[in-house]
Structure formats: C-alpha cells, structure tokens
Design a protein around this ligand. Structure first.
Ligand code: S3P
Length: 191
C-alpha cells in the first residue's frame, strides 16, 4: 500500500498507524532517500537541486518496489505478543474473501507521483491511497514545519501550498486508487 498527498497531509503518521493495524512493516520513502544518500533532504536539494533529488527518489522507489526491501528495525512492529488470529477473524465480513495483509505500507514524498515514471510504478505496483486535504488544513499542519521542506521555501506558506496544489491535485487524484478526505479527521480515524 502506498500513501500519496501533499506535504503535511499525514502520510507518515497515518502510514505508521496503518502498519500497526495491518501488522505489516512501514517504510518512508524520504527516510530511505536520506539513508541511501547519507544526507538530509535539504542538503540533497542544496547540492543536487530538485532534479537531483527526483532522480534519487525515482531510483529508490523503483528498487524498493521491484527488489523487495529491507525495513529498518525501528519500523518493524513486534507482533510476537499478538494473539494468533484464527482464519475466521481474518475473513472480511462482507464477502468472505480472506483478508490480505499488505506486504508493506510505503509513505511517498509529496512530489513523488509528479514524476511520470514514479506515478506509473506506484499505480501498477501498489494500492495507492491519496490523503486529500484542503489548503486550510495543510497550512495549519505545515506552519512551523517548513525547515526540512525545500519545496515550501520562498513566498508565503499559503501561496506556496496553493500554487503547488493547483499543479499537483489532478495527478494525486488520477494516480490514486483510493481517495480519502482527511479534513477534520484524526490519524486514527483516517487509518
Ligand atoms: C516534497 C515532499 C517531501 C520531500 C521533499 C519534496 C514535495 O516529502 O519528499 O521535500 O515535493 O512535495 P513529505 O511530503 O513527506 O514532506
């Protein structure tokens, strides 16, 4: 399962919660990029520009989804204490189809699906969920949270968010298989 949406919509928080609910590992593409590059996202932008960052992003996404993944220990949930579920409890009630646990929950970056190659990988290789938020919600989540987000530097925060959202929202919607309106909802409710 992959999570897409604008910066600040809660991809990582919802992803972590969802991974607990589904008892499967969580990965954050931004964290994978930083670990692989050995530098922070602002450093990558400063040294290699946005184009350099997008190239690393596409490469990491492709290799995570095609070659499998090594999930860092911090993101592996200890499931040993959980009761072993009987087949009955893992059936979907509506249609009796066995409930499939996702192999992995992957939080994408806010701009990942804007690279066509990445959008194709996400659409064909994952169930993609778009966490859709209004500009109002995004402004409230992102105030004071811009230091590590080079894409938000420059003009006023609201102006930057609405300008980027205008360019991106159609792509988020067309790439995702599921769209969830997150305004006014808690992380738990969204998950
Ligand atoms: C970006 C979003 C960031 C990160 C990078 C670029 C974007 O991820 O990948 O700063 O272009 O929207 P988050 O959405 O996790 O903040």
């Amino acid at each position: 399962i992959s999570l897409t949406g604008f910066m600040g919509c809660g991809k990582s928080s919802v992803g972590r919660r969802l991974s607990e609910l589904l008892c499967c590992p969580f990965m954050d593409l931004d964290e994978e990029i930083e670990a692989w590059a050995g530098k922070s996202i602002p450093e990558i932008f400063a040294e290699d520009g946005e184009a350099g960052f997008r190239a690393i992003e596409a490469e990491r996404l492709g290799s995570i989804l095609s070659e499998g993944h090594e999930v860092s220990e911090a993101n592996v949930r200890d499931t040993s204490a959980l009761p072993t579920e009987s087949p009955e409890t893992t059936q979907s009630k509506e249609n009796d189809v066995p409930f499939e646990t996702a192999e992995i929950i992957l939080a994408l970056g806010g701009g990942t699906v804007m690279t066509r190659e990445c959008a194709e990988i996400v659409q064909n290789g994952t169930i993609c969920i778009y966490l859709k938020a209004s500009v109002e919600t995004l402004v409230s989540h992102l105030e004071g949270e811009t230091a590590n987000r080079p894409m938000l530097l420059g003009e006023s925060l609201r102006g930057r968010i609405s300008g980027l959202m205008e360019r991106r929202s159609a792509t988020y919607e067309s790439t995702a298989h599921i769209i969830i309106d997150i305004d006014g909802k808690t992380i738990d409710e969204i998950a």
